[in-house]
Write a protein that binds this ligand. Structure first.
Ligand code: PPE
Length: 304
């Protein structure tokens, strides 16, 4: 998806013009995939642009850094304020936000401990991630031939840049085969997540989503959707799913910051009723919640 430039990017404490946000080719993370990042969205609300669950995202960024033994030279609150400043500087009512902490220029070799840490925050307008029809018509999924990370190979709880090599391989494989998105199974063969979304599938009327132990990222949308589901009287269970559970599920959706709530219409060509009744309610309520239109979820929207 092409990027539409905005005015400024926050780099190590200051807003610099978009075209000047550059790094050296010998930047450590560029070679070894050791950076950590976040994906966040700001939406237009009646209190102006507001960032959805901003503090939760920045806390996850710091957790990713902890797993990598990376010292981010700012506090959570400083990065929260920097995100707000960056969004304000664009003047956009809504946008996608990409905070990134990398090991910078100055050291080579695999030891990250002596490397300096550079932090940047960019935002740009980003539309529907899995296509405009994702909510109504649903997306076609394919179980990937690529296995999701094991906890002792690439820690899946850390949102590292390197983890997305696996996601990109799976995404391109699915697209080339004519599907919209890939479902990743973990080394035990159980459903983990998609290349950039968490998964919910209904079994006996209960929405089941795989546990973190299955190798999924602790999704903030997954958490929001769980709250919304409970508030609508839908039961949610964190449990393992096999690929056959998906083939015979009653309804299914995937969710993430970029993809929001996207209904699934088939998995490996096994047709799934779409959009399912719970999916429809949850997708609609999520779309309202992120825009600050639901009183009980208003604290999720952090005005800039
Ligand atoms: N799993 C993965 C692997 C993942 O990348 C994401 C977000 C999620 C689950 C859902 O997490 P959350 O956004 O907190 O609900 N994927 C981000 C990156 C997409 C990209 O192409 O880059 C996103 O949705 O922003």
């Amino acid at each position: 998806m092409p990027i539409t430039p905005t005015d400024k990017i926050w780099m190590n404490g200051e807003l610099v013009p978009w075209d000047e946000a550059r790094i050296h080719v010998l930047t450590h993370t560029l070679h070894y995939g050791t950076g950590v990042f976040e994906g966040i969205r700001a939406y237009e609300t009646d209190r102006g642009p507001a960032v959805f669950r901003l503090t939760d995202h920045i806390e996850r960024l710091f957790n990713s850094a902890r797993i990598m033994l990376m010292e981010i030279p700012y506090t959570v609150d400083e990065i929260v304020q920097a995100v707000k400043e960056t969004v304000r500087s664009t003047g956009l009512p809504s946008c996608y936000i990409r905070p990134l902490a990398i090991y910078g220029y100055g050291e080579m070799g695999l030891n990250t401990l002596p490397c300096k840490v550079d932090v940047s925050i960019a935002c740009w307008p980003w539309g529907a991630y899995l296509g405009d029809d994702a909510v109504t018509k649903g997306v076609r999924m394919k179980v990937s031939s690529w296995t999701r990370h094991d906890h002792n190979t690439m820690p899946p709880l850390a949102k590292t840049t390197g983890n997305y090599v696996n996601s990109s391989l799976a995404k391109v494989e699915a697209l080339k085969a004519g599907y919209d998105e890939a479902i990743m199974l973990n080394p035990e063969g159980l459903v983990s997540e998609c290349t950039g979304e968490n998964i919910f599938a209904a079994r006996n009327g209960i929405l089941v989503t795989p546990p973190l132990a299955a190798g999924a990222l602790p999704g903030i949308t997954q958490d929001s959707v769980t709250t919304i589901a409970h508030d609508h009287g839908f039961e949610v269970s964190v449990d393992n799913l096999s690929r056959s559970d998906l083939y015979i599920c009653e309804e299914m959706f995937v969710c993430g910051t970029a993809a929001e709530v996207s209904a699934v219409n088939s998995v490996d060509d096994r047709v799934i009723p779409c959009p399912g009744p719970m999916t429809e309610v949850i997708a609609r309520e999520y779309a309202h919640a992120v825009r600050g239109q639901v009183d009980k979820y208003k604290e999720w929207c952090e005005p800039v």
